[in-house]
Design a protein around this ligand. Structure first.
Ligand SMILES: [Zn+2]
Ligand SMILES: [Zn+2]
Length: 364
């Protein structure tokens, strides 16, 4: 068995704790097999000597019967000893297999492990080494044969270490599988989309220039986006459907409870955010679509929109006022009266208006 490649470099041992511990466990089973083989060789030698002595006494019937009985017991004993060697071998192989399965499915994260798995495997290593190695070494160095009690103890310890380690590895694998974030998918908000949006990775979603604008909030827009410009992206060349004059207003109406004259009262809080050209450019993809930067930041799943209008509608409908307020390119209009007393019609989740003229303010 070659377990050396399990850990390629010494410095990896600190990081890949589970790989290291599995390697130690398998190594312990292998050493146990080696010690057992050496004891077995001595035992066979003694048995031959004993048989030679017996030949001298073969005329004595009682002794013969005793010998037969002894041989029967000895055969059972031999079977148990072979069981033990087999047990060590199988236990090591089973742990290797379980480790390989976990690593195959979960990769480096499985090999690195967590504190719980580390402690569980460490405990198995310690108890196996204590039970197995101590008994075998004691027998070997004191030149004594293993007693039945020794064998039973060893088989029990080997089984316990094997089962405990397999359980720990399986549980570790289950925990990691549950922890794993769901793969990011990109549902298009446009039902007419025929593109397979899931083929886009989260990392390769935005255009390079869009990412520049996301990470550098003070970066001025390229000249092409100035009033009268062609609105083409300097990186990917895609035309962005938002001019310097375009902006959209997103109204958010949220019911809030306030205390008035010691009584709780529900009022609606109105907030208004202005979405302009920069936000749209920040969302664009190299294939001319728009991925919501808020979803990218706050949600597990990205939203990909085919037009600027659907992007704006999405931002207004799917994101809370808190989320909107966190984007530097969604300016909040402070002039709006924040609180409106009841009664009001049922509040929409959000409302959106597009304005070509900045001075004109319409609220819906
Ligand atoms: Zn671009
Ligand atoms: Zn979104």
């Amino acid at each position: 068995m070659n377990y050396a490649n399990m850990i390629e470099e010494k410095n990896l041992k600190k990081t890949f704790i589970i790989a290291t511990l599995c390697s130690t466990l398998i190594g312990t089973f292998t050493s146990s097999m080696g010690l057992w083989d050496r004891i077995n060789e001595k035992r066979k030698q003694k048995k031959i000597d004993y048989k030679q002595d017996d030949q001298i006494k073969e005329l004595k019937e009682k002794v013969e019967k005793a010998e037969q009985r002894f041989n029967q017991q000895q055969n059972q004993f031999n079977n148990r000893q072979e069981d033990l060697g087999n047990n060590f071998h199988m236990s090591g192989a089973m742990i290797q297999r379980q480790y390989d399965e976990g690593y195959g499915r979960l990769g480096r994260r499985f090999a690195m492990g967590d504190t719980l798995t580390e402690n569980q495997l460490q405990a198995q290593v310690i108890s196996l080494q204590q039970a197995v190695i101590t008994v075998l070494q004691d027998a070997l160095y004191n030149d004594r044969q293993l007693s039945r009690a020794d064998l039973s103890k060893l088989i029990a310890a080997s089984n316990q270490a094997r089962d405990g380690s397999l359980d720990a590895l399986r549980q570790h694998q289950q925990r990691l599988a549950l922890e794993a974030p769901p793969p990011r998918s990109l549902p298009s908000t446009s039902s007419s989309s025929t593109r397979s949006s899931s083929s886009l990775s989260a990392d390769g979603l935005f255009c390079r220039y869009a990412i520049d604008l996301q990470t550098l909030p003070n970066k001025p827009l390229a000249a092409d986006f100035a009033p009268g410009g062609r609105c083409r992206c300097p990186a990917c060349g895609v035309r962005i459907d938002a001019t310097a004059d375009d902006f959209w207003k997103i109204g958010k109406r949220t019911p809030v409870l306030i205390s008035e004259n010691r009584l709780q009262k529900q009022v609606f809080e109105n907030r208004e955010f202005v979405l302009g050209q920069r936000f749209v450019i920040k969302c664009h993809t190299p294939d001319g679509q728009y991925a919501c930067v808020l979803c990218n930041q706050f949600k597990d799943v990205d939203a990909l929109c085919r037009s600027v209008e659907s992007l704006v509608k999405h931002v207004g409908n799917f994101h809370s006022a808190e989320e909107l307020s966190m984007d530097p390119d969604l300016r909040e209009n402070r002039a709006v009266e924040r609180r409106v007393s009841l009664p009001l019609p049922p509040p929409p989740m959000g409302s959106v208006t597009r304005e070509k003229q900045v001075k004109e303010v319409v609220y819906r």
